[in-house]
Ligand binder design. Structure first.
Ligand code: CU
Length: 172
């Protein structure tokens, strides 16, 4: 499986790539892009990863592309008992020297319009990250089994909650 991933990502073109689950471009290192399996009827899937900026200049993730009708950068906002999704406008800033994690309860990438083709465990979801300065980077999200919510915060996953409402709010 790891060998396949290296081949798919074009190893020769990514000299800084140290592990199958790590991707790099410019001063940026992207770690552990993962997704979670979705129910058969789900219209949205979610993507998580960490971005480390080893450079001296702030960077911005301005777009994410993948083979779905719509891909967006979202932030989960918890306001009292209400949890909702918000479109991150203007991109996600990765400050110089910092790591920004897209993780449950925080920032995440939404893959929208699955259209009856759910994410399955061990499936690869190719995507392209677009950075303001460093440019484009092809990565692969690895689909993992859904972690029971009882194991804690990191197991919670809002991918099936409220996103249909979000679409209308976004007005796109
Ligand atoms: Cu979302």
């Amino acid at each position: 499986m790891k060998t396949d991933l290296f081949a798919a990502a074009g190893f020769a073109a990514l000299p800084f790539m140290a592990f199958a689950d790590e991707f790099a471009v410019g001063d940026l290192v992207i770690s552990d892009p993962i997704s979670y399996e979705t129910p058969v009827t789900a219209q949205t899937g979610v993507g998580y990863l960490s971005i480390t900026n080893t450079g001296d200049v702030d960077e911005t993730l301005i777009d994410v592309r993948a083979d779905f009708p719509r891909v967006m950068l979202h932030e989960t906002i918890t306001d009292g008992d209400i949890t909702r999704m918000q479109h991150v406008m203007g991109g996600l800033v990765i400050p110089a020297g910092a790591t920004v994690s897209l993780e449950p309860g925080s920032f995440h990438i939404m893959f929208m319009g699955l259209g009856g083709d759910p994410f399955e465990v061990n499936e690869d979801i190719p995507a392209t990250l677009v950075f303001e300065t460093a440019g484009e980077l092809d990565i692969v999200f690895k689909v993992e089994a859904r972690v029971p919510a009882t194991t804690g915060q990191t197991g919670t996953d809002m991918s099936d909650i409220d996103h249909d409402d979000m679409h209308e709010e976004d007005g796109e």
